[in-house]
Design a protein around this ligand. Structure first.
Ligand code: NAI
Length: 254
């Protein structure tokens, strides 16, 4: 079986992804800031907003990793610098640090969001964020006015994550390592209420037009599919899974 790292394994989409990967015969290495052992035999407790903690984690994780599911994330009810640290800078720091421990052909999947679809309008700030260290997330947020106003910290983190996923379509091509993103619409997990609270009327309106919010069970199989050998020709893409919400938004524009 494969060895798969799952961040955010203690709750929601990450927990279900860990469960699905285990059920498919994978050895799952779960990572989260809060402890919960359900479905995860090997669990590493780590705060993915802290550079030294991530470096220590990279050291202790075993070699021979076949996949990374970057699922840990914070909503914009958390401080803005924490949101960008966990959702973007910490994710990148962990992923880049683990590249030497990946097997050839490994698959990396980043949990983005429909909230990141506006990335073309944020190219300037995204460029500026490219070489920022996770421990400089707070300074970056101040310099680029990434606050929680309108959930901006969250939107920016996901915009930059989608852009980074596309930029890395061929970065590790010689080793067959690929990277993709999955972008859910509203998913019924503990943070859904935080989104509705912070993202304002538009998010509530969007949620109302859905038949139902998504569930972790809707998302985890898509992550597992991208981690599998069935999808080796999918690289550098961002796959929405949103019950039709993004097409509804695009259709409404015309
Ligand atoms: P969740 O709150 O159930 O799970 C997120 C997990 O990330 C939690 O277990 C939490 O402890 C962990 N986490 C937070 N900060 C951390 C840190 N500093 N270090 C390590 N782990 C940390 O939320 P959910 O919905 O399962 O979210 C998973 C991903 O899906 C997130 O990246 C989120 O942005 C994304 N997403 C969620 C949507 C939703 O409506 N629920 C919609 C679109 C994207």
């Amino acid at each position: 079986g494969k060895t798969i790292v799952v961040t955010g394994s203690a709750s929601g989409i990450g927990q279900e992804t860990a469960r699905v990967c285990s059920a498919m015969g994978a050895r799952v290495l779960g990572i989260d800031v809060t402890k919960r052992f359900d479905h995860v035999e090997e669990f590493y407790r780590a705060d993915l907003s802290d550079g030294a903690t991530i470096d220590a984690l990279i050291d202790v994780l075993p070699k021979g990793i076949d996949g990374i599911a970057n699922i840990a994330g914070l909503p914009p009810t958390a401080p803005a610098d924490k949101v960008v640290a966990v959702n973007l800078f910490g994710l990148k720091h962990l992923t880049l640090g683990l590249i030497p421990k990946l097997n050839d052909g490994a698959s990396i999947v980043n949990l983005a969001s429909l909230a990141g679809f506006g990335w073309p309008d944020a190219v300037h700030a995204i460029r500026a964020s490219e070489d920022v260290h996770v421990d400089d997330a707070a300074r970056f947020a101040v310099d680029h006015q990434i606050t929680n106003e309108g959930g901006r910290s969250y939107f920016f983190s996901k915009e930059a994550l989608i852009a980074w996923t596309m930029q890395n379509r061929w970065t590790w091509r010689d080793r067959g390592i690929r990277m993709n993103a999955v972008s859910p619409g509203p998913v019924d997990t503990p943070i859904l209420g935080d989104f509705l609270e912070t993202l304002g009327a538009r998010a509530e309106e969007d949620a109302r037009i859905m038949d139902r919010p998504g569930t972790p069970q809707d998302l985890a199989p898509i992550v597992a599919f991208l981690l599998s050998d069935m999808t080796t020709w999918i690289r550098g893409t961002n796959i929405p899974a949103d019950g039709g919400m993004s097409s509804n938004i695009l259709c409404e524009m015309h």
